[in-house]
Design a protein around this ligand. Structure first.
Ligand SMILES: [Mg+2]
Length: 382
């Protein structure tokens, strides 16, 4: 049984639009960023060490104090709410009452309901929430994922849970393809996608102001074509052509780098980006300018740190983050570059001896449970 915040009375109040815990007792000033695949889960199997490690973080340690953590993954294509429910279910936590309003959040915190909250999930595209301020009311092209799944994510707006994408004018390549079939003759829009598309815009009048890849492309040909049509257009208006490419009008954001159990590299979003860069260079003579989110990119760590800080009482400042991961090139490289304490575990991609030669971690542990014990000992806890 996980233990509650029993040492003090805590109240949830919104502060500057964010929910924070108020407390008068001392609280740990550190937190954890845990990778999911290869750390908590292997294939479809939850590692037993993961359940024990999360209990340690949930207060079953020598002090009875909860330690804030986020699950930091390069996965995506679902909402943080869906991922939180999925992870709570996999980890045998309570999913009967994933909170949807502030009263339920307060109830869950104060009674220590055992579940992962959506605000504890940092997906590859979660940092794109920081773009909403700029693009909330303007058309943005959201690329990737199955069907309408990424549109659903991009439009999601639930302020209480800090799921605050809320893009209001989301366009997907299928919308444009439905509007003008000759734009790419080798794909067809499904009835379901066309239904959505019919409700959309006249693209000869709507300037697309940003391109966001929320997940891997399911149709490289169509997606590459339409992204290039936007990048080569005047001010993002499909069907127009620019005269020079000295300045790139439309920014493009990527989100995702991944690997799986297959023993050689898979050509996912990283390869898509490489292909797009090559086509862009061929047509414009210029290098494509882009911003990448997801591990190991800095923006993702900044975002995760903001979330961890928000999970602490408002007078407590986050001073240290332990990042636990299995992928040296993503988890460890990103954590080291951002100044976090990196812990490499051997339950996933890295199963070698010693440390990673290319991206050495601060410490190597057998698994997540050993990693958490080591981190707690560094902070004077057991
Ligand atoms: Mg991993």
């Amino acid at each position: 049984m996980l233990r509650a915040f029993t040492t003090t009375r805590r109240v949830l109040v919104p502060v500057n639009g964010q929910i924070r815990l108020h407390s008068t007792t001392s609280h740990p000033k550190f937190g954890f960023a845990l990778d999911i695949d290869g750390v908590l889960i292997k294939g479809n199997r939850v590692l037993p060490q993961a359940r024990r490690a999360l209990k340690l973080l949930d207060g079953e340690n020598s002090t009875g104090k909860k330690i804030p953590f986020v699950l930091l993954t390069n996965g995506g294509g679902v909402t943080e709410e869906q991922k939180a429910a999925q992870m709570s279910r996999k980890l045998d936590l309570d999913v009967s009452n994933i909170p949807v309003c502030i009263e339920k959040v307060a109830f869950n915190i104060s009674h220590s309901r055992k579940q992962i909250l959506p605000s504890q999930i940092v997906l590859s595209h979660s940092p794109m929430q920081s773009l909403v301020k700029r693009y909330k009311h303007t058309p943005v092209l959201v690329v990737g994922g199955r069907g309408d799944s990424c549109r659903t994510v991009a439009e999601k707006y639930v302020i209480i849970l800090l799921i605050i994408y809320g893009f209001q004018r989301v366009i997907q390549p299928a919308d444009i393809h439905h509007w003008e079939k000759s734009i790419w003759p080798f794909s067809r829009v499904t009835d379901e996608e066309a239904f959505e598309a019919q409700k959309r815009f006249d693209f000869s009048r709507e300037p697309i102001e940003a391109i966001m890849m929320f997940h891997d492309s399911r149709d490289w040909g169509l997606d590459l074509q339409i992204i290039m049509d936007v990048l080569r257009s005047k001010n993002g208006i499909i069907g127009t052509q620019r005269h020079n490419y000295n300045v790139q009008d439309t920014p493009i954001f990527f989100s995702n780098l991944w690997s799986n159990e297959y023993p050689s590299p898979r050509y996912g979003q990283g390869a898509f980006k490489t292909a797009l860069e090559a086509i862009y260079k061929r047509h414009t003579g210029k290098d494509l300018e882009s911003t990448s989110f997801g591990k190991p990119h800095k923006a993702t760590y900044q975002y995760a740190e903001t979330i961890l800080d928000s999970l602490l009482p408002d007078k407590v400042k986050l001073q240290r983050v332990f990042a636990v991961g299995d992928n040296p090139a993503a988890d460890i490289a990103g954590a080291n570059a951002y100044g976090w304490t990196s812990v490499l575990v051997k339950t996933g991609i890295f199963d070698g001896k010693g440390n990673s030669e290319e991206f050495p971690a601060d410490v190597v542990c057998e698994d997540i449970e050993e990693a958490v014990h080591w981190a707690l000992s560094q902070e004077g806890l057991k």
